[in-house]
Design a protein around this ligand. Structure first.
Ligand SMILES: *Cc1c(COP(=O)(O)O)cnc(C)c1O
Length: 421
């Protein structure tokens, strides 16, 4: 069970809305940093532990800068993400470049920044060699196939497009060593939004076994294993948060038993979580525009799925709080919708909520990761602003809302006037 609270009062929120019209995402710095510190503490036993924040979850340079101050690097997967990381002052081996189907220009930029390059496929070894040469430090992404079960969001490993097979890993490490690589890492990403601590311990176990096998067969001593992201968050009030201490302890136990015993210590543990770092600390704030009563009752917001795709994309649950209700007891069952011309533009279906009236403020929880980031412009919808609630209670804009000029920026209307159909 988690208590779905919000980090501001109704009166505070009204003041914020006066300056920044709805809809917007607002991120709670204080709670985010508390969680970051707990996360680091759970792995403090591992000297080289480092989290590379998955930029795609919340690609905002202010957030990256906040997290960098806590010692986090970035996990990038595209050229713009690499550039964003650079703008936030994060370069070199503080960047893990984990991409797939990678264009040459992206490898070039990653190499220029001195990022750790994590290859998705064995064929990328000669591809990368042609562009930048084989770097001194290199990592491979492992796809365990039928050996591991995935979950709903990411699918089964044997049907996923990512990574090397086991045989390819061994062949690949031999190849890059021959081509001059000196430092080696191993990466895997097999589950998304996973709430069971044991899953991550099992993943570490799998990589530890591979590390031992690599040493025994090839004499390669890994410098790091990257357990990647996928730690889930309790979107539903009845969900249990992942026990980070339990993951840390479980992995430490295996480390002592396997890695230390095999003489492979020190082995750095890397992670690249996104969701659990920012997800629970973001809120989409919106206002009720319309209420319609037909075969069902619909609460129409001024936000839409352009601001938060997850419910439409994954049928994901996001908790909803209606502000300023004396008794926040459910009284009616409604669908909460956006304005897109798509019937799946719904933040909630058959949700029991207090009785809502036009103008009410609705807060949608857990939008800090894969929320604003997944925004799009279909149907001419514009992406919202992002605000940061600082530790001292101050609210600062960290991204303005898009306007119509932004939407038209890629069109040339002068040429249109000259265009003769
Ligand atoms: C998406 C992604 C992550 C982050 O996943 P979360 O579920 O947000 O923790 C990490 N690594 C890679 C390679 C990813 O694609």
């Amino acid at each position: 069970m988690v208590n779905k609270t919000i980090p501001f009062t109704y009166e505070q929120l009204l003041k914020i809305i006066e300056r920044y019209p709805t809809p917007f995402h607002i991120y709670d710095e204080k709670s985010m940093l508390e969680n970051v510190r707990n996360f680091k503490k759970a792995f403090s036993w591992n000297k080289g532990f480092k989290e590379y924040f998955a930029v795609k979850a919340t690609p905002n340079p202010y957030i990256l800068k906040l997290l960098h101050k806590e010692g986090f690097g970035t996990d990038c997967s595209s050229l713009p993400e690499l550039m964003l990381s650079e703008k936030a002052g994060i370069t070199g081996e503080e960047i893990m470049f984990t991409s797939n189907d990678t264009p040459a220009a992206e490898y070039k930029k990653a190499a220029e920044l001195g990022a750790i390059i994590n290859l998705d496929d064995i064929s990328h070894i000669p591809f990368l060699e042609k562009i930048t040469g084989i770097p001194k430090v290199i990592s491979f992404r492992y796809n365990p196939g039928k050996l591991r079960k995935g979950n709903f969001i990411i699918g089964h490993p044997e049907e996923s497009k990512y990574g090397f097979t086991k045989a390819q890993l061994f062949e690949g490490f031999k190849m890059v060593r021959q081509k001059g690589a000196k430092r080696f890492g191993l990466h895997t990403f097999v589950a998304s939004n996973e709430l069971h601590a044991q899953y991550f311990i099992d993943t570490a176990n799998m990589l530890f076994d591979l590390a031992i096998e690599l040493q025994n067969t090839l004499g390669i001593k890994l410098e790091f294993v990257n357990l990647s992201g996928g730690i889930g968050i309790p979107y539903r009030p009845e969900d249990k948060p992942v026990d980070l201490v339990c993951i840390g302890k479980g992995i430490e136990r295996l480390y002592r038993k396997k890695i230390a015993t095999a003489g492979l210590a020190p082995l750095k543990i890397f992670m690249e979580c996104g969701r659990m770092i920012t997800g629970p600390y973001g809120y989409l704030v919106s206002r009720v525009l319309h209420i319609k009563d037909i075969y069902k009752k619909y609460i129409g917001l001024d936000a839409c799925m352009a601001n938060l795709m997850r419910p439409a994309l994954y049928k994901a649950y996001h908790h909803i709080t209606v502000l300023n209700k004396k008794r926040n007891t459910p009284e009616e069952t409604v669908d909460v919708t956006g304005s897109l011309c798509e019937n799946n533009d719904k933040f909630a279906i058959d949700r029991k909520l207090p009785k809502i009236k036009i103008g009410d403020i609705i807060v949608i929880h857990d939008t800090g990761a894969h929320g604003h980031a997944m925004g799009f412009n279909y149907n001419g919808k514009l992406r919202s602003a992002e605000l940061l609630l600082r530790k001292n209670g101050q609210v600062i804009p960290i991204r303005r809302a898009e306007n119509v000029q932004d939407y038209f920026r890629t069109l040339d209307f002068k040429k249109l006037d000259e265009f003769r159909p």
